[in-house]
Design a protein around this ligand. Structure first.
Ligand SMILES: [Zn+2]
Length: 326
């Protein structure tokens, strides 16, 4: 993803109406199998397991950088689809050969999983699973052409969604859940918006069915770093402010206001923009820090497992689980 050129400081001054309409609790008596890595007292009944989500991130990274066309990408894609099937999802795979901004041929594979396939109300959750082929923001110029592990930038979002799929049935989620693990997000170049989010652009042009319209669409991107800061993102706010209000209200009700400040961050050209362009309202939960930008390991070789916090994965996962139960 990249910062959109459309962003102007004016946007930051937009006043937000924060509706604390979403209560925190009454989610049932399901007990959690894990312990809270933060050591904080358990306040919510959620099944989302930080250790499990972390292991899903680790497993992706263990394949190696998942660059479309390489062996790790092929093997990881197989594993993602299999893991979603094992969770009880109906999985379909979209494949296409796309052309990158540099003329390269990109074997793209979107993995689409449906839980509760017969439910009329459907929530679309998405995250990209490819990793960037170049560490072009690495402080060491010698590493600029090296691929990255993409532990946070890619694997974290997919890991959280795999964990959501694993617990969905036991958590009693009645809504239909559509999970899109989109490919070829992170092969873009600066000042070329079309060079990013290629997998989701393809999905938006080839929807699962005519008139496909989820009741909500939520993108997770870079949801694993310590001290992650999920500010309100501009295109999300413009597209579906009510959904953003609801998600941030849930986060605050769970005690995560520090990670989910209710302020405008930036305008990020990310997968959700491709859905919005196709008429599907969508929001992005993305780590963007005031005065800093993306996390320090963004597009560097430091985006490895050392950049992943179980606590952050858990917070995001619990927010999503709580939302799905409503
Ligand atoms: Zn990226």
């Amino acid at each position: 993803m990249s910062i959109s050129n459309l962003y102007t400081p004016l946007i930051a001054s937009i006043a937000l109406i924060f509706l604390l309409s979403c209560g925190a609790g009454k989610q049932g008596d399901a007990s959690r199998a894990d312990t809270d890595p933060s050591g904080a007292p358990e306040t919510e009944s959620t099944l989302f397991c930080a250790d499990s989500a972390y292991s899903y991130v680790q497993r992706q990274v263990d394949f190696g950088p998942r660059v479309p066309g390489n062996e790790a990408h092929a093997a990881c894609g197989d594993w993602l689809a299999e893991t979603l099937r094992a969770a009880g999802a109906e999985v379909t795979v979209q494949t296409a050969t796309l052309t990158g901004f540099d003329g390269a041929s990109i074997p793209m594979r979107n993995i689409f999983a449906r839980l509760n396939p017969d439910a009329d109300e459907r929530v679309l959750l998405l995250a990209h699973w490819d990793s960037r082929p170049w560490a072009d923001h690495d402080p060491d110029p010698a590493k600029h052409s090296s691929p990255i592990d993409g532990a946070n930038d890619g694997a974290s979002g997919a890991g959280v969604l795999l964990e959501i799929a694993r617990i969905a049935k036991e958590a009693g989620i009645a809504k239909g859940i559509d999970i899109l693990l989109c490919d070829a997000e992170d092969r873009g170049t600066e000042n070329n918006d079309e060079s990013w989010a290629m997998g989701t652009r393809y999905f938006a042009a080839n929807l699962p069915e005519k008139g496909y319209m989820p009741s909500a669409a939520i993108l997770l991107d870079m949801v694993g770093a310590p001290d992650a800061t999920f500010m309100r993102e501009y295109f999300s706010q413009r597209s579906n402010p009510a959904l953003a209000d609801e998600i941030w209200a849930i986060a605050h009700s769970l005690g995560y206001a520090g990670n989910f400040p209710n302020r405008m961050g930036s305008a990020v050209n990310d997968d959700h923009v491709e859905l919005i362009k196709a008429g599907i309202p969508a929001i992005d939960i993305i780590d963007y820090r005031e005065g800093e930008g993306f996390f320090s390991g963004w597009h560097t070789t430091a985006d490895n497992m050392d950049a992943i916090s179980k606590e952050t994965l858990e917070k995001v996962g619990r927010v999503i689980e709580t939302y799905l139960k409503k």
